[in-house]
Design a protein around this ligand. Structure first.
Ligand SMILES: [Fe+2]
Length: 283
């Protein structure tokens, strides 16, 4: 049995066990993947300058367009994102499911362009972006959509004389992640946020002067069982699966369940989500 049919069989038996078949299967395949939850978080720190108080950062992740997620759905997502009026928009990787199979044309660029982020739109590579020879073509689409790539580098966000740091790391599985390079020349005492596709990399990130890590990749496991939780997550999302985690003295990790699905087109008790972060200054 190959990996895909093994996973399929496993998910089907779990669904059968808990959901008594047809209705739940239909729900997990046709209903829940199309639901979208807004998850809200406040990022509080005495390192956030007063001038950044109230800044809204919206994260979306793992759209996997092309695998049971259409451009029309991405278009609806762009409207949903805009309805929350974010100042900054972050995309934490895995734009399309299989870059070498995807029908690339102007349409996806036009949808990405519609997303409003008046103070910046930033993205990082996920494993599905580098996979399937996607590196250049995904970059071209994100560029055209107005998203700036952070690949082992950073942006300094400023308001008057104040600044905070936003860095991004190359994909951990299929790229060349380099946190030292990403943070080169930054002020270690400044409020510092980093995008890293794979959440488990936080155990390395905690050794750096980082306050917040934004990740995706886990999909929250896609299928969760009451009292048991998720049954499968990919490599580098085995320890940190969803929500927030305090790691070490300084680092706060936020793991998004993401939007789309991969391998299996199901979501159960693990609806797609976008996350709206609001900065709160404690100065
Ligand atoms: Fe993904």
């Amino acid at each position: 049995m190959n990996r895909r049919s093994f996973l399929k069989k496993m998910a089907a038996s779990v669904l059968a066990l808990f959901g008594v078949g047809g209705g739940t299967y239909y729900y997990a395949r046709e209903i829940e993947p199309g639901m979208l939850k807004l998850h809200k978080e406040t990022l509080t720190s005495d390192k956030i300058p007063k001038s950044f108080d109230g800044l809204k950062i919206l994260q979306f992740s793992d759209t996997h367009v092309g695998f049971h997620y259409s451009l029309e759905q991405l278009d609806q997502l762009s409207a949903e994102i805009n309805s929350h009026d974010p100042d900054i928009v972050l995309f934490t990787g895995d734009l399309v499911d299989e870059p070498d199979q995807f029908e690339w044309d102007q349409r996806i660029k036009n949808v990405l362009k519609k997303i409003h982020g008046p103070e910046g739109k930033f993205w990082i590579y996920g494993n599905h972006d580098h996979g399937g020879y996607g590196t250049e073509i995904v970059r071209e689409a994100m560029d055209a959509g107005g998203f700036k790539l952070l690949q082992n580098n950073h942006a300094i966000l400023t308001k008057g004389d104040d600044s905070i740091t936003l860095a991004g790391v190359d994909d951990v599985m299929l790229g060349r992640p380099d946190l030292s390079k990403a943070l080169e020349g930054t002020d270690p005492d400044a409020f510092t946020m980093v995008m890293i596709h794979e959440p488990d990399y936080a155990d390395k990130a905690k050794q750096y002067p980082i306050d917040v890590q934004f990740s995706g990749h886990s999909h929250g496991g896609q299928v969760q069982i009451p009292l048991v939780g998720h049954i499968y997550t990919p490599a580098y999302a085995e320890k940190y699966v969803e929500g927030n985690y305090r790691i070490g003295d300084r680092l706060q990790l936020y793991v998004s369940r993401g939007i789309g699905t991969t391998r299996l087109p199901y979501r159960f008790l693990c609806a797609p989500e976008i996350t709206l972060f609001q900065l709160q200054s404690k100065q």
